[in-house]
Design a binder for this molecule. Structure first.
Ligand code: FAD
Length: 399
């Protein structure tokens, strides 16, 4: 089922983009809020796993969209894609929000007294119409429509009064597009932690309207009682992303954070060998693992052809095997697309000292897209959004 909905190849992603792009204007803006159910086509693009693992980039998706529509006509779609960019940049400058979430998840796992309530919510056995169906849909398909994610999170937090961090964990363990930034910050947004005091309260009327009358749950909370937390730390500067020396022989490390290194490292790069990481430990659940396993194989084939170098799959990121493979091909540096906050970034930080002591620096290179947009993710989405037209124009993507 998952493989049919989300074939894990770049060609499948490009085909989906080509088929969707004509519908990215009015059809998307007017239909995007409706979740017609898992068996219906709907107005959304279903590009999220491809964007999440960067088999397709935001730049390509917005480029294809603006190739067919004016920015004004496709404004809504462009903004939704840029929500992802915004969340990534926001978390990058506040990495402690991720560590705080992990601590809160572990604390709640150990101490929340009503394990049975968590179990019945995750199994779709609460008796709440819609909510139970979305829980089962998530388990079966690895995907939920954005509005269903919002309703589900809202009912989890405000009606069932379960800890938001355990709900975020449930999503991470089952979403094929599970992402540290988009998931954590969206759950925080629903809970009212992200935009201080602004909660998202799901209502039966809204659910009935935007599910085409499929669900009209009764007894939903009418008051949103916000969870509390220690204040989020101040914004940090973006971490430095190195520029690599294209003349030095390199070993290219490809991770699930960016499976299209061809558009990060251009022709001048002297890449002697490459390793594509598929480490189940850096992914949270079976849907994501099964998708990334296929996507890593697809990337390995492309990378070998593009850079004309021996390419292997790596099953875990341990310093000794990266050093051995880099040495084998005469590399003097390990280059990789920048890994944002999350388990891959943690693994890179863990092995970096051992590689450095062998004279093999790990050089992370950030995409021009992230360099342009992330610095503006300091406050809310509104001021970020104001910058979009100018930046897209500078990039030559819009007039
Ligand atoms: C509680 C909650 C948890 C979420 N968890 C994740 C997650 O783990 N991973 C993830 O990729 N998205 C997450 N989202 C955002 C959004 O729901 C999905 O990106 C979207 O539903 C994917 O479907 P689509 O590709 O058809 O989206 P479309 O509507 O076609 O949008 C196109 C692309 O824009 C981006 N996008 C759209 N809406 C959002 C949004 N609200 N926030 C961030 N990016 C967006 C996605 O990359 C998406 O593929 C979450 C939203 C909520 C409310």
């Amino acid at each position: 089922m998952l493989g049919e909905t989300f074939p894990a190849t770049r060609n499948a992603a490009l085909l989906r983009l080509t088929q969707f792009a004509p519908r990215a204007g009015h059809a998307y803006a007017s239909g995007r809020n409706t979740d017609p159910g898992p068996d219906q086509a709907g107005a959304v693009s279903k590009l999220s796993p491809y964007l999440r693992y960067r088999m397709l980039t935001e730049q390509e998706v917005i480029g294809a969209t603006l190739g067919q529509h004016s920015l004004q006509a496709a404004e809504k779609y462009v903004q939704e894609v840029l929500w992802r960019t915004y969340w990534k940049g926001w978390l990058e400058m506040r990495p402690s929000v991720w560590t705080q979430y992990l601590q809160e998840r572990d604390r709640q796992r150990d101490s929340f007294p009503n394990a049975r309530a968590i179990h019945s919510a995750e199994a779709g056995e609460t008796g709440i119409e819609g909510f139970d169906d979305w829980a089962r849909e998530l388990l079966e398909t690895g995907y939920l429509h954005n509005h269903a994610r919002m309703w589900f999170a809202s009912i989890w937090i405000f009606t069932l009064r379960l800890p938001w961090a355990l709900g975020a964990d449930f999503f991470l363990r089952h979403l094929v597009d599970a992402d540290a930034a988009s998931n954590t910050l969206s759950w925080r947004w629903v809970a009212g932690l992200q935009t201080a005091g602004k909660t998202y309260l799901a209502t039966s009327e809204n659910i009935a309207r935007f599910t085409n009358g499929r669900f009209a749950p009764k007894g939903l909370a009418t008051i949103a009682t916000m969870p509390t937390e220690t204040p989020v730390c101040a914004t940090l500067p973006l971490p430095y992303a190195n520029y690599f020396d294209a003349h030095k022989p390199a070993f290219l490390l490809v991770t699930p954070e960016d499976l299209h290194p061809e558009s990060v490292f251009g022709a001048p790069a002297k890449i002697n060998g490459a390793g594509v990481l598929f480490d189940p430990e850096t992914l949270w659940g079976d849907s994501a693992r099964s998708f990334v396993e296929g996507a890593a194989g697809d990337a390995a084939e492309r990378v070998g052809n593009s850079f004309k170098c021996p390419t292997k799959l790596l099953n875990n990121l341990d310093a000794a095997s990266v050093i051995a493979q880099a040495r084998e091909v005469g590399a003097e540096q390990v280059i990789t697309a920048y890994a944002p906050v999350g388990p891959v970034a943690d693994s890179l930080a863990r092995i970096a000292p051992a590689l450095a002591s062998e004279g093999l620096p790990i050089v992370q290179v950030r995409r021009a897209w992230d360099e342009s947009f992330w610095p503006h993710a300091t406050k809310g989405f509104f001021p970020f959004k104001e910058r979009i037209p100018k930046i897209l124009k500078e990039m030559g993507l819009s007039r």
